[in-house]
Write a protein that binds this ligand. Structure first.
Ligand SMILES: *Cc1c(COP(=O)(O)O)cnc(C)c1O
Length: 232
């Protein structure tokens, strides 16, 4: 089905209004928690969204985007970056070591570092490229077997290895709580691990729970469907 046929069925997409609503809810949650709303960045998760919606969100002023696949991001962003040099792209999904050079070339930040082999691949790629994206370490706060991320009990040691052995610019932590659990305890755990390791950035909270994440100290929330509408 063509895009125009789709838009004849769907309600019109008002990107500016959707973005404004999310920003206001972030600010409201921040103020309620006694935080400065300016401390929290909105990462617009554009994976699997149609071009028209992405361009509309760009036109509404959004410049920070998150993608979970390198190849999809490569198809989507380089041409848009030529038009918007102030774009900022974060990789929020799992990364294969053989894609590390592509990821280092494209992204401003990689939020899913979770193993030594990948730390080595990123350090090598960064050295060759002469630049390194900011790095977040993903923590599997729910210790789910199918989920990426270092286990909470291994986090301190891994943070140290990433920083010291591989000299990576580790800025903070990222988590995706288990779907059927109260996210607050996972956000609190992530914040605690970050604090004891002197890490400032906390990427946590998605469409369903970003206000809770702000309450627990998120500095970046990753919002997809609440901003763009449901994914294809
Ligand atoms: C898809 C995705 C999101 C956004 O999910 P929504 O529920 O649509 O907001 C956030 N973080 C990660 C890691 C994702 O893969």
């Amino acid at each position: 089905m063509s895009a125009s046929a789709d838009s004849a069925i769907d309600p019109p997409f008002d990107a500016a209004a959707a973005r404004q609503t999310v920003l206001e809810r972030i600010a409201g949650a921040a103020r309620k928690a006694g935080r400065d709303p300016g401390e929290i960045a909105l990462v617009a998760v554009s994976k699997q969204q149609p071009d028209g919606r992405i361009d509309a969100v760009l036109a509404a002023g959004q410049r920070l985007f998150g993608e979970n696949r390198v190849q999809e991001a490569q198809a989507r962003w380089p041409k848009r970056r030529r038009v918007h040099p102030d774009l900022h792209l974060r990789l929020i999904g799992p990364l294969q070591t053989n894609k590390a050079p592509d990821a280092v070339a494209l992204f401003d930040a990689i939020d899913s570092l979770d193993r030594e082999k990948l730390a080595r691949a990123l350090a090598d790629a960064a050295q060759k490229a002469g630049r390194c994206p900011d790095i977040l370490i993903q923590v599997n706060t729910g210790a789910e077997p199918q989920k990426a991320g270092v286990l909470p009990q291994d986090a301190d040691a891994f943070i140290q290895i990433a920083r010291e052995t591989f000299a990576l610019p580790v800025r903070g932590l990222m988590c995706i709580p288990p779907v059927n659990e109260e996210p607050a305890m996972h956000f609190a755990l992530l914040a605690k691990i970050a604090a004891r390791n002197g890490l400032a950035e906390l990427s946590m909270g998605m469409s369903g729970d970003y206000e809770t994440a702000v309450r627990f100290g998120a500095t970046q929330v990753r919002v997809g469907s609440a901003l763009f509408g449901a994914r294809a």
